[in-house]
Design a protein around this ligand. Sequence first.
Ligand SMILES: [Zn+2]
Length: 266
Amino acid sequence: MGWTVADLVCHLRALGVHDGDQLAVHSSMKALGWVEGGAPAVLRALQTTVGPNGTLLMPTMTPPMARFVLTETPSYTGLLTETLRRSPGAVRSRHPTHSATVWGRDAAAIASGHPEATALGIGSPFHRLAERGGKVLLLGVDCRRNSLIHVGEALSRPPYFGVVLYPGYHRDLLMVLPDGREVVVPPRDNPGCSGGFNVVQDELASRGQLATGTVGDARSYLMLGEHVLQATRDLLARDAAALLCDDPGCAFCSAARECCDEAMRG
Ligand SMILES: [Zn+2]
């Protein structure tokens, strides 16, 4: 027997998800184990737990492409996120690579204004959710997948921010809106590597601001968005290179570290 919607609701409540919560969710379907009904059942469990006054936000990101069609281009960030994107009442934010899809009471307000904002930066849906008291739920993944940390990075602006970019993310991209209008979105403050983001998770744990538990088979975490932003900003204030990863083969972090060293030399 696999996990049922009722099981998952029970696990989510035990982790600390409440009725009316606004949740940014990052997940691994594989880590959840066998769920009866698959991704739609997981989504139903999340919707049931936060209730009609709650909000769910998931990344529905896409690689840079010649023509991004907001209503058609599928999410590249997993089956659960694509299930949310296709569900009634869901609103996808208008960004050609870093769109988020939001469901629930405040979906439209949280998803709005994305093209004028930055990818995962100031004014992005993740930022808006955190400002409203939202939480981050990690199902079977850790803070290396926690996009809100990129918002903290954007707020702190370490020396590499907006300077070192991944190939393909440095150019204008074309986005087709639901009414057929085409808009060009410049590459404003695109985020970098998240391989080192578990330093934020460790910091939250040491501050007693990280709830841990199991949902289905998945090791899961729940934290307040505001705490994620504060911990990220504190770590970066101490060390501009705090969020960079240790992989010597990571081109992004190598270049970013040089930026930090250069800034230190003045
Ligand atoms: Zn890296």
